[in-house]
Write a protein that binds this ligand. Structure first.
Ligand code: NAD
Length: 302
């Protein structure tokens, strides 16, 4: 079998277009332009790139995009004061604090200070609780995008065995909640799980979110399974000369070349789940703006 590659890049581009169109209709009908504020503290180069991409994509979608760049020396009190100001700003519907924060700042205290209705990352405990009990809230972007890709690949998820490798608060656990809501039978595996290959072989849907480069081998995959590879791992270039020069490449948690021989469909890395994260951030900002205005959000999933 040769798996179909699930094109997350194309799906994400379509989602951004749908969000942009829905946001334009919201503005035309109700005079509300969805606004996203991104806060970054310090100079971490990777975070700078993420923040720039988020800002540019938000603006391209016709939404208000504010970026607050704070010095590494910013105190927790100063950061909390900015969050309070953004919470009170009626033109801002989404607030995202780029992680990691400098070590002198308590990340949990900062994330907990964001108004849950503006928490477009979906990390606030109120949103985690809403997801767990099936109330409308804001869902973490990477699992949200992963489920959209799964629904595109499989028309019906109900009754399927889903195995998630990884139990983090930002990927594994919300993914488990979303797949339960789709009536999957969900297993969450983690670093202490026994016989991970056997657990994975039982999966109709396998979600890899362990942050371990190419850990999941082809013979761990049930023939025809749908595989969502969330992992983003930077490893030395496959070319030894380039590797010696320090060149790197990005791989997922799944050994893609082996997995395509077993799976029915699989997200590649790069170009699978990754592009969905920013697209879902915009979708969450649009949703938050609609709710703030008491307007029913349009369906965006595609
Ligand atoms: P994390 O480190 O917080 O959690 C990793 C989880 O994997 C843990 O629950 C751990 O128990 C489990 N794990 C680790 N080693 C394991 C092993 N050998 N066997 C079984 N389970 C194991 O990571 P995270 O933040 O959830 O991210 C996971 C991966 O997803 C990373 O590669 C990260 O870069 C990537 N990621 C991608 C996006 C995206 O936009 N596509 C977003 C977030 C995270």
């Amino acid at each position: 079998m040769r798996a179909r590659l699930i094109d997350g890049k194309a799906f994400a581009a379509g989602l951004v277009e749908r969000v942009a169109a829905a946001a334009a209709r919201l503005e035309a009908a109700h005079g509300i332009k969805p606004g996203l504020a991104v806060v970054i503290v310090g100079e971490d180069p990777a975070s700078q790139i993420y923040v720039r991409n988020k800002g540019e994509t938000t603006a391209r979608a016709g939404m208000r995009s504010d970026t607050h760049r704070l010095a590494e020396t910013t105190t927790q009190a100063e950061l909390l004061a900015l969050i309070a100001q953004l919470n009170a700003d009626a033109g801002i519907h989404g607030i995202l604090v780029q992680l990691p924060l400098p070590i002198h700042i308590d990340s949990a205290a900062v994330l907990g200070a964001i108004d849950p209705d503006k928490d477009v990352d979906g990390f606030h405990v109120v949103n985690a609780g809403r997801l767990a009990v099936g109330l409308p809230g804001l869902v973490p972007c990477t699992p949200l995008g992963s489920v959209m890709l799964l629904k595109e690949a499989l028309s019906e998820l109900s009754g399927l065995n889903a195995v998630i490798v990884g139990r983090s608060n930002i990927v594994g656990k919300p993914m488990a909640q979303l797949l339960l809501a789709e009536n999957c039978t969900v297993t969450v595996a983690h670093s202490r799980s026994r016989d991970l290959p056997a657990l994975c072989r039982a999966a109709d849907i396998l979600v890899a979110a362990a942050g371990r480069p190419e850990m999941i081998r082809g013979d761990w995959i049930k023939p025809g399974a749908t595989v969502i590879d969330v992992g983003i791992n930077r490893v030395p270039s496959a070319d030894p000369v380039k590797a010696a020069e320090g060149k790197t490449r990005v791989v997922g948690d799944v050994a893609l070349a082996e997995a395509v021989e077993m799976a029915g469909a699989i997200t590649p890395v790069p170009g699978g789940v990754g592009p969905m994260t920013i697209a879902c951030l915009l979708a969450n900002t649009y949703t938050a703006a609609c709710r703030a205005a008491g307007v029913e959000p349009e369906t965006l999933a595609g």
